[in-house]
Design a protein around this ligand. Sequence first.
Ligand SMILES: *Cc1c(COP(=O)(O)O)cnc(C)c1O
Length: 472
Amino acid sequence: MLYVSTRGAMTPNAFSEILLGGLAPDGGLVMPERYPQIDSATLDAWRAMSYPQLAFEIIRLFATDIDEAALRTLIDRTYTVQAFGNADITPVRSLEHELYLLQLSNGPTLAFKDVAMQLLGNLFEHVLTQQGRQLNILGATSGDTGSAAEYAMRGKRGVRVFMLSPHGRMSAFQRAQMFSLADPNIYNIAVQGVFDDCQDMVKAVSNDLDFKQRFSIGTVNSINWARVVAQVVYYFKGYFAVTSGNDQQVSFTVPSGNFGNVLAGHIARMMGLPIRRLVVATNENDVLDEFFRTGRYRVRSSSETFETTSPSMDISKASNFERFIFDLLGRDGQRVAQLWRELDSTGQFDLAGTPQFAQIGEFGFVSGSSSHAKRLDTIRQVHQRFGVIVDTHTADGLHVAERWREAGVPMLCLETALPVKFAETIQEALGQQPGRPAAYEGIEQHAQRFTLMPADVDLLKRFVAQRCGGVS
Ligand SMILES: *Cc1c(COP(=O)(O)O)cnc(C)c1O
């Protein structure tokens, strides 16, 4: 399997070559040159498999230049009861007839990003060791992504993580999760500023190509292709959990921000998994909902991006969205490149009235948005009716899913975090605190380790250089 760019100007490249990279050289995102096709006999054979077996069968189709025995070992080491608390890894919970939660949040940081990131940690270590390379991951986080990356990379050979977060602006729980890690390859940097300052610092370092190359600076953000592929697995697992034969269709609802999670659903569907609808659920930041309703994709400025109580979906543009547009436009890289030039200069493009947008229904996508009031209301209703407490992002999904349920088609709503991560809003909705897994009792009292730093790019560079054995 070779990878091409959504903007059509990259020489096709192998999985292990694109694994550590970010954007394609032409500014696009990498995509497999075609989707493997899964026939009904193969689905039958996969139906009874364990999560690691299934993950191996799916991921090996995309990672064809990773040695199969090594891949199997990596996957078996990643998807364990110990790490995910359950042999099914992503168990399904029935709420009522034809309504299910696909539980993706039982990994080390209690959010769905662990499912992919845990594998990425092992894949990185394998490829870096093989190539005799080092990678220094530099990132900015306001919560979920940073902790998932740190828990995936802790103790891994050849990898260091430098994670910037806005000082004093994360929840006590999130701070404790990240700052209590004692692994010597993890560096938490608390920046005296807001999240945008952190992100600007990371961008400034990444734009210094000389520094970037000299210190092997990389990222693990949501455009990483291996993360997308790892997420494809649980769409198959969820499908098998609620059907008995391959003549049945199901729908999925996905709380969405950067479009990475639901893109994996799109890929599963393109591979032949019988998915009827992919419901994109947004919060008040409804860039994606607007597109699927109208055909207009209009990115927001930071002043137009709301801070909501489902903060991991507070995005102004969806970094993986270009991958879907590539498929929607019949994989016409030149057209994608032209649209993104338009987006860069005007902040939007509009596909309304085009033959391609008229056919968007063939891709199964529909959408809806939620709000703080609806979020609270959904958390209350779900608690009353089913005795289950869901987190704020999952609540946005459940709210939107309600509109798209159809008799005879099971609806699986993706649970993207556990409620303990957003306890304040649960308290507001229910007047009670959500439960907390035993391993997290008292985590706020553990010793914390971080470096306080002003929002100063030169200081950050010096900090990284000193720890990567260079002088600067
Ligand atoms: C990251 C995240 C999302 C959004 O996922 P995307 O892949 O960016 O669309 C939703 N919910 C939670 C809890 C998250 O951490």
